[in-house]
Design a protein around this ligand. Structure first.
Ligand SMILES: [Zn+2]
Length: 72
């Protein structure tokens, strides 16, 4: 069986929960995923599923964020 869209916590190996979905001004949907056990969390963007470092996210109002460009 193929499970789509399941991302496992690198520590606990259990699926991360999506706790929040936000839209950027450019209508890109971003999801905040958090491990229910260890609270490890990150932002991701689809498709394909891409992890976004926290420092690229700027919170605006509720449900709206800005995706910042940055050089690591
Ligand atoms: Zn975990």
């Amino acid at each position: 069986m193929k499970i789509k869209n399941k991302i496992l916590c690198p520590e606990c190996q259990i699926p991360l929960s999506i706790i929040k979905t936000c839209l950027t001004e450019k209508k890109i949907r971003l999801r905040r995923r958090v491990c229910p056990a260890c609270k490890f969390g990150y932002w991701s963007m689809q498709y394909p599923e891409v992890v976004i470092p926290d420092k690229r996210i700027k919170y605006n109002r509720k449900w709206s964020v800005t995706l910042l460009d940055y050089t690591p």
